[in-house]
Design a protein around this ligand. Structure first.
Ligand code: NAP
Length: 272
């Protein structure tokens, strides 16, 4: 991995910010000394200070020394943060990457200046183990910056570039999607208990089966129905189970849930 030359500020070092920082260092994209982490309660960041990361509660000071600025606070915390850093923003130097759900590049430029280069990234919590599905989008940043941000987020999983107007949809499908698939695994394990397994065995079996199903698609580059056809023999038990689930709205409920999540995701950020 070609190492990044400048400094990175991660403003809001919670779940996503810390996972990204760890991924960047693990992949040798940057050294801990190139990364500064902020939050208001910095006592929680002391283990990272010991590892060589910069740690601060002073967002403006950290931004002044940075080239890439990652905005990783909650959407409702973002406006206050942008007000704090605006005086030190250097539009010729800084690239802003926002992971805040529901906040557009234009919303951020409204606060930081019309020329600010902004890229949005939508990771999910599997970023903690380097398995995030991250969607990135911009409406004004250069293709060089998009390549740099792709490289950054590839240290913590897969990256897909999308149009910014699909960012809310990406939130529902990928960020909320983690919970949807987890609930499906939980339900499968509960079914397993009903048919005779202890809860711990049933969960282990359901988890590995789900992982195998996902890996089949990733590694074989196949379509789900192609893989389903391989396990559904005529008059067999798989098709009987599958059709029973469909009669009860399995696919339909997933589709409806994703649509509702996308609607909600679009309304998370409160503009002042
Ligand atoms: N979790 C997900 O699945 C997910 C997926 C995609 C995108 N996102 C987005 O990613 C962002 C972060 O999510 P998260 O789950 O990492 O949230 P989180 O764990 O709550 O992290 C937010 C962090 O921001 C810090 N913070 C708040 N105000 C601050 C300020 N003024 N200056 C510096 N730090 C500040 C908080 O620490 P203090 O209270 O100590 O300041 C906290 O550690 C959100 O906008 C969310 O929409 C999340």
């Amino acid at each position: 991995m070609k190492q990044f030359k400048g400094n990175i500020a991660i403003l809001g070092s919670g779940n996503i910010g810390i996972s990204l920082a760890k991924g960047l260092v693990k992949a040798n994209y940057a050294l801990p000394g190139q990364i500064s982490l902020t939050r208001r309660n910095i006592a929680n960041l002391s283990p990272f200070a010991e590892q060589g990361f910069g740690v601060s509660h002073d967002n403006a000071a950290v931004v002044a020394a940075a080239d890439i600025v990652v905005l990783a606070v909650l959407p409702q915390q973002l406006n206050q943060l942008l007000d704090q850093i605006r005086p030190v923003v250097d539009l010729n130097k800084h690239l802003f990457i926002s992971v805040a759900s529901g906040v557009s590049c234009a919303d951020i430029r409204n606060k930081l200046g019309a020329e600010a280069q902004v890229i949005r990234a939508m990771p999910n919590t599997a970023i903690a183990i380097g398995q995030s599905m991250t969607c990135i989008a911009t409406d004004n940043a250069s293709s060089e910056y998009m390549e740099e941000v792709t490289r950054m987020f590839e240290t913590v999983g897969s990256v897909v570039k999308i149009n910014e107007d699909l960012m809310t949809s990406a939130t529902a499908l990928c960020a909320c999607g983690i919970a949807f698939f987890l609930r499906a695994i939980r339900a499968a394990s509960q079914g397993g208990v009903e048919i005779g397994f202890h809860a711990d065995e049933a969960l282990k079996m359901a988890v590995q089966t789900a992982k195998g199903a996902a890996d089949l698609l990733l590694q074989m580059q196949s379509h789900p129905e192609q893989e389903i056809d391989k396990v559904t023999s005529p008059k067999g038990c798989t098709i009987a189970g599958l059709n029973e689930m469909e009669h009860n709205g399995f696919s339909s409920s997933l589709i409806k849930g994703i649509k509702l999540s996308a609607t909600k995701a679009g309304a998370l950020y409160t503009k002042e």
